[in-house]
Design a protein around this ligand. Sequence first.
Ligand SMILES: [Mg+2]
Length: 434
Amino acid sequence: MSNYARHGLMQAADLKPGTPERPGERCVVHLDMDAYFASVEQRDIPMYRGKPLIVCHTASDFRSHGIVATCSYEARRWGVKTGMSVWEARSRCPHGVYVHANISKYLYNTRRIVDICRSYTPLTDVFSIDEVFLDVTTPALESGGREGQWEAALDIGSRLKGDIRRQLGLSTSVGVGPNRLVAKMAGEFEKPDGLTLVTPDQLPEILAPLPVDKIVGIGRRMKRNFDAMGVQTIGELAGTPRGILQRRFGVVGTLLHQASLGVDQGRVGYCDEEDTVKSFGHSLAMSGTTDLDLLRNIILGLSEAVTRRMRRDGYLGRTVNLRLRIGYAMGYSRAETMEDYTDLPSRIHRAACRLLEREASLGVWPEKITCVGVSVSSLKPSRERQLSLQDWRDPREMRITEVQDRLKDKYGDGVIMRASLKEKFALSGMNLIR
Ligand SMILES: [Mg+2]
């Protein structure tokens, strides 16, 4: 237990026996790889170890283009940060080692990390290429009972770290808490190689004094809004009437108010189960954008991926759900139900774009969009297809889609794609969240 004390905010011994029962209390673990891309490169290439290593996303040379994807801790000492332009990084750290990101190699490592996580619980969500959430409530209750639940969850976090270090030679920071938001915040307290627990009892005293932008999802733009409102700390945000936040930030305002109280309704690992039964969905995580044309284009790619699976499994659907994640953690969705059932990408795309445009016109996105998801529900088997008026009017899309499907079945999904999607969908490789 003593090494928990070293790494954690709380010692296992501090857990009071006989803490009142809280039915349904969950234990969530957040796993964050430390300086991920750089650590993988330093592990594989001994020459890079101990050096300021800067891994860059870039299409051309390293002179001025591109951004820093990740850098080693040695490079951070020189003020290099993720997201910085390569040009700026070079001016701060001219003697650094600059290399191209090898996304497929990192994805391979991520898959192995996820396999390790799944050996603890099937309730595992890949949040981004270097972050995973695990709901360990069941194993924690099994080994610790209600009283030792948090101690057991912390122990799982510690074993998880050990497994990843032994099997992959990589360092992680782990946070444990009652939901994703708190687990993620707990993990932020100590990096790298941290292991931190925040229990529900500790929430008010730990959260209240922190600056608002410690809430995952509040970035620079949102911070300016709060500065103008005179809200500096999470405690002050919690004290702001919810109606005011709602009027100012729409649905995000409600989510923010909940976040300030340490509440996050989202659950870990349930989307897969629901998806297979009731809906088909795909989502794409990205670094963040407010460019509507880019978003429409991403939605087109997602609509194609979703409808391809629908056609393959023999389903039509008529409710289109658009899910948007704003900033880091705040996600919400909007739905539209169409008059008739379809499995054609253009219809889904148009409906999802209407939803997107409606949301954009409200002007309440306080941060950039970091994840877009499209799913289709209200399903029925496609053998019950009745051609809708629109399909009769323009049967070309049905025919083109059929031909595309046949080509893809024969030669693989990469054989044909819309020219407008070529760069983004081929390059991103970030489509981890299905
Ligand atoms: Mg990381």
